[in-house]
Design a protein around this ligand. Structure first.
Ligand SMILES: Cc1ncc(COP(=O)(O)O)c(C=O)c1O
Length: 412
């Protein structure tokens, strides 16, 4: 019997917790504390992290910032994206991918995702290009690099800037090249759930010296290299990361390579086993994805073929000891923010002509409303037995699907 209805659960033990830390983090944090050099302009931690992270991600420059939202905005500003320029983004992503565009006073234009990979569909991108388009932000969704060959071709044809949203993709690779080196700039997040974390934080990576200098200036109140303290050349802000976060990130970076290998190995195993279940379609892996970061293990469920509705399946899996969720509940154009064009002081003129109710993103809608299931990255840091428990729970829920179809789950 399903654990949801009183049976014994597949799993009673917790999965690998997150974050993972140890003496290395404690010692390094104490060193910063005792040094009294807590700000990035006074100490070595953030600078050291920037160089190491950039090198690991195939980039000459890394500019650490407060989070992975301002990193996107700073990248857009550095690229010269300006008032009412259009920037193509996916509808199936965290809201920041699009709000960073608004905060650059530019217009997010939604192009649907591919139903198999959950990444931007290049055909939808091409169809969304207008004479006002200036940039594309592909998200490497769940940690799998987007179809960069096709996106680059569109960008070349229309002279567009490509900025990777690599918030999920620390350590991922495309055709052997690291995420972070695949566009003109890339943006990563170090928020609590991310594969590399300091609670909050972000970084921009780039191989372009001029863009790096612009990003560095914007994150430091418009100061420039060689300038004096109260000399400001552009509208920037204090988006600097602190030394405590730099210390944690330096230690976490030491763990990233091994953790990424483990996630990729377990993710591939899970995907191969899950794909044999009726109605279950794990995120399709393209041949160009040479390393998947698996920030999420994501799959689609076809309720009719699986024999039970998604929301019932999620409740049943949770009761079996497998933490999981439906992920985003709305495609971004359906968010109240876009429906109501609640853009604050941004886009005062364009707002009048924009109507996000006209955006058509059926693949994203289906993932949000009916089919998407997420498992978080730290589950993939476990052993082969942990993965077998996940598979076993899906099999059990499939076998007992009829009970979920008839149950009134609202009252339980
Ligand atoms: C795809 C994506 N882009 C951007 C962000 C924004 O990062 P942050 O939360 O660090 O601002 C996130 C994360 O939360 C994200 O998942």
């Amino acid at each position: 019997m399903l654990a949801l209805f009183g049976g014994s659960p597949v799993r009673a033990r917790p999965f690998t917790p997150w974050p993972i830390f140890g003496e290395a983090e404690e010692e390094r944090l104490l060193r910063v504390l005792r040094s009294g050099h807590w700000g990035r302009l006074d100490g070595p931690e953030v600078s050291e992290f920037e160089s190491r992270f950039a090198a690991m991600h195939g980039a000459a420059h890394g500019i650490a910032v407060a989070n992975g939202t301002v990193s996107l905005r700073i990248a857009l500003l550095a690229a010269g994206i300006g008032a009412e320029d259009e920037v193509i983004v996916p509808p199936y992503t965290f809201v920041s991918t699009a709000t960073a565009v608004i905060e650059a006073n530019a217009i997010p234009v939604f192009a649907d995702v591919d139903p198999a990979t959950f990444n931007l569909d290049p055909a939808a991108v091409r169809a969304s290009v207008t004479p006002r388009t200036r940039a594309i932000i592909p998200v490497h969704f769940a940690g799998q690099p987007a179809d960069m060959t096709a996106i680059d071709a569109i960008a070349r044809d229309h002279s567009l800037v490509v900025i990777e949203d690599a918030a999920h993709a620390h350590g991922a690779a495309y055709q052997g090249r690291p995420a972070g080196s695949l566009g003109r700039m890339a943006s990563f997040s170090f928020q609590s759930s991310k594969n590399l974390t300091s609670g909050e934080g972000g970084i921009i990576t780039t191989n372009d010296d001029g863009l790096a200098e612009s990003c560095r200036s914007i994150q430091n109140c418009g100061r420039v290299a060689g300038g004096v303290w109260y000399e400001h050349h552009t509208v920037g802000g204090n988006y600097r990361l602190g030394e405590f976060q730099g210390a944690v990130l330096n230690c976490q970076l030491d763990r990233l390579e091994e953790q990424t290998r483990t996630r990729d190995r377990n993710g591939q195993y899970l995907a191969s086993r899950m794909a044999t279940l009726p109605g279950i379609k794990p995120q399709a892996r393209g041949p160009d994805c040479t390393r998947h970061a698996y920030h999420l293990f994501m799959l689609r469920i076809d309720a009719a073929a699986f024999g039970a509705p998604r929301d019932g399946v999620l409740k049943a899996l949770d009761a079996e000891g497998i933490p999981c969720s439906a992920g985003y509940g709305f495609s971004l154009p359906d968010q109240p923010l876009f429906r109501n064009k609640a853009f604050g002081p941004y886009l005062p003129n364009a707002s009048r002509r924009l109507d996000y109710r006209e955006a058509r993103c059926p693949n994203s809608d289906l993932l949000c409303r009916e089919q998407g299931i997420w498992l978080e990255q730290h589950l993939l840091l476990g052993s082969r037995e942990d993965m077998d428990d996940i598979i076993c729970a899906f099999e059990k829920v499939h076998e007992h699907g009829a009970a979920l179809r008839t149950a009134d789950l609202r009252v339980r």
